[in-house]
Design a binder for this molecule. Structure first.
Ligand code: KDG
Length: 311
């Protein structure tokens, strides 16, 4: 089996360099939180598989070629001739403000089903990665994500749930109704501060939310703090690791890079602080370069950016 199986929708992202209403050139990129994680791991030499559906169109071919070029295993991907590959516009409205507009309703990726996941899960990956994006895509995708989490947990395969709330896809109430139970199958939960209430009891502060997740069987809760780094909660207590200071040019994809770094450290058997160090290092690479994943490091490049302080 592969080191990591990740499930989701990969999209074509059309990026602008200014306001969309003014037109101008767009550049075409592969996007998708899960495929970003797969690429992050593959760059570091892990065997990462991505599964999902792409259209039978040229955009689907583009997605597959990009993933293959990055060394991601795409053997379980289905091409859906009846539906288009999902699309998004990433509008750079100002130097500091980017906006996303999705064109993914009814896409091939949103038509994911449980059957798409049976084979890749039966192949016995070492870990499974899911995000809170996939269950927001359609009823069948929600069913598929829930099935994958349960089936992996039943088979003793650790699940990483990366909350990734996307307000453009569903309400916080709908997200919470799905993601709260899903988190109960996870061994690692990754969330930003403002996402914790989607997987924890209402009204809990950060420490209480993390404690609630640990009581439900989660082994590690990672609270992403952006430029302030990360706090990790485990049965042993709480650790803070600072972010690696870099010149930030594009924060999109930083969370996915962070998760890829953490999971890479897990696969390498690193202890918690070193896993967190790799997570913040990959996050730093992501924010220091343009694109969701283009700037992620190969293993021999990890030391180009260093300096995480554990506390
Ligand atoms: O994490 C970056 C993602 O936001 C981007 O790649 C697109 O997956 C995506 C989404 O659904 O927003």
């Amino acid at each position: 089996g592969v080191d990591l199986l990740t499930v989701g929708e990969a999209l074509v992202s059309l990026r602008s360099s200014g306001p969309l209403l003014a037109g101008g050139p767009l550049s075409m990129h592969l996007a998708g939180a899960e495929s970003n994680v797969a690429i992050g791991l593959a760059r570091l030499g892990h065997r990462a598989a991505w599964v999902g559906r792409v259209g039978g169109d040229e955009l689907g071919e583009f997605v597959l070629r990009q993933l293959r070029a990055e060394g991601v295993d795409t053997t379980a991907v289905r091409r859906d001739p009846a539906r288009p590959t999902g699309l998004m516009f990433l509008e750079r409205r100002t130097a500091d403000v980017s906006r996303v507009q999705y064109h993914r309703a009814g896409s091939a990726g949103s038509a994911l089903t449980v059957d798409d996941l049976r084979g890749p899960l039966a192949a016995g990956p070492r870990m499974v990665h899911l995000t809170g994006i996939t269950p927001a895509l359609s009823d069948s995708a929600r069913e598929a994500a829930g099935w994958a989490a349960r089936a992996a947990a039943d088979a003793g395969i650790p699940v990483c749930l990366d909350v990734n709330h996307r307000a453009g896809l569903w309400s916080r109430e709908a997200a919470r109704a799905t993601l709260f139970p899903l988190a109960g199958y996870a061994s690692v939960v990754v969330a930003s501060t403002d996402e914790l209430d989607l997987v924890a009891q209402a009204g809990a502060d950060e420490a209480a939310a993390a404690a609630g997740l640990l009581r439900r069987g989660v082994r590690t809760v990672l609270v992403k703090l952006g430029a302030d780094g990360v706090r990790a909660y485990t049965a042993e207590g709480v650790r803070h690791v600072a972010a690696v200071p870099v010149t930030a040019v594009d924060t999109v994809g930083a969370g996915d890079a962070f998760t890829a770094g953490y999971l890479s450290g897990h696969l390498d058997g690193l202890d918690l602080v070193d896993r967190l160090g790799r997570a913040v290092t990959l996050g730093a690479f992501a924010v220091a370069g343009h694109g969701d994943w283009e700037g992620l490091p190969r293993r021999d490049e990890l030391s180009l950016i260093t300096g995480s302080a554990a506390g």
